[in-house]
Design a protein around this ligand. Structure first.
Ligand SMILES: [Zn+2]
Length: 98
């Protein structure tokens, strides 16, 4: 378990690798079973994997019923724009030097 780097957040977050893509996705570990969760998280060979779905969509048929729905930390983090890849690059470009 790690903590969010957001200056106004600091929440505990877990990580899961997106399928497909294999990117690290921050997950709110407390949000297990959240109906509006956008990440379907499961464990495979000791690795946490996730599929990202729209919050109000039913689970894709390929997803096993035993998996669990979580919120991604991007859904809840007050600092999400500050550390998501695209926004950070933009913020850097916009920021005054020094
Ligand atoms: Zn956060």
């Amino acid at each position: 378990m790690t903590r969010c780097k957001g200056p106004d957040c600091g929440a505990e977050i877990g990580w899961a690798l997106t399928v497909p893509g294999g990117k690290r996705m921050p997950i709110d570990p407390e949000s297990s079973g959240a109906a509006d969760g956008q990440a379907i998280v499961w464990c495979q060979r000791g690795v946490a994997l996730c599929v990202i779905v729209a919050a109000d969509k039913p689970l894709p048929p390929a997803v096993d019923a035993a998996v669990t729905r979580y919120r991604t930390h991007y859904q809840t983090c007050p600092d999400a724009p500050a550390y998501s890849g695209q926004s950070r690059r933009k913020a850097k470009a916009d920021a005054a030097p020094g």
